[in-house]
Design a protein around this ligand. Sequence first.
Ligand SMILES: Cc1cc2nc3c(=O)[nH]c(=O)nc-3n(C[C@H](O)[C@H](O)[C@H](O)COP(=O)(O)O)c2cc1C
Length: 138
Amino acid sequence: MKIVYWSGTGNTEKMAELIAKGIIESGKDVNTINVSDVNIDELLNEDILILGCSAMGDEVLEESEFEPFIEEISTKVSGKKVALFGSYGWGDGKWMRDFEERMNGYGCIVVETPLIVQNEPDEAEQDCIDFGKKIANI
Ligand SMILES: Cc1cc2nc3c(=O)[nH]c(=O)nc-3n(C[C@H](O)[C@H](O)[C@H](O)COP(=O)(O)O)c2cc1C
């Protein structure tokens, strides 16, 4: 499995690592990939896309790397399962509701309720691990 993420200060990256831990504990292999290093053709061979990005700008995805990545895959993901996650700060999760709606609009099947965590995932470590376990068992 592959997890692709963008993270400015490491919070979403920590979530990605904890989700990976849950996947590994479920007996599956997983690579955690910074979006700047992703090979899109390889990624699209996966049954499930596990995508994470923190809330940036004004309740949007990060605009210089993650947003262009989503644009690029947008026409190639119809029918694909996706799981979404990310960290936020002061908002109410709007960026993630919009992200989910957008992926649905591209024809994706969002397989789990997106996992959002305020700031560092320290108090939500188990939630992240459990999210990984659920995804591994889909
Ligand atoms: C430039 C910038 C814009 C942000 N915009 C939002 C926002 O619109 N809504 C929100 O809830 N948090 C916002 N935040 C807070 C981050 O989402 C929060 O600090 C998050 O934990 C960062 O995760 P990361 O380290 O994975 O990037 C913003 C932070 C920065 C630096």
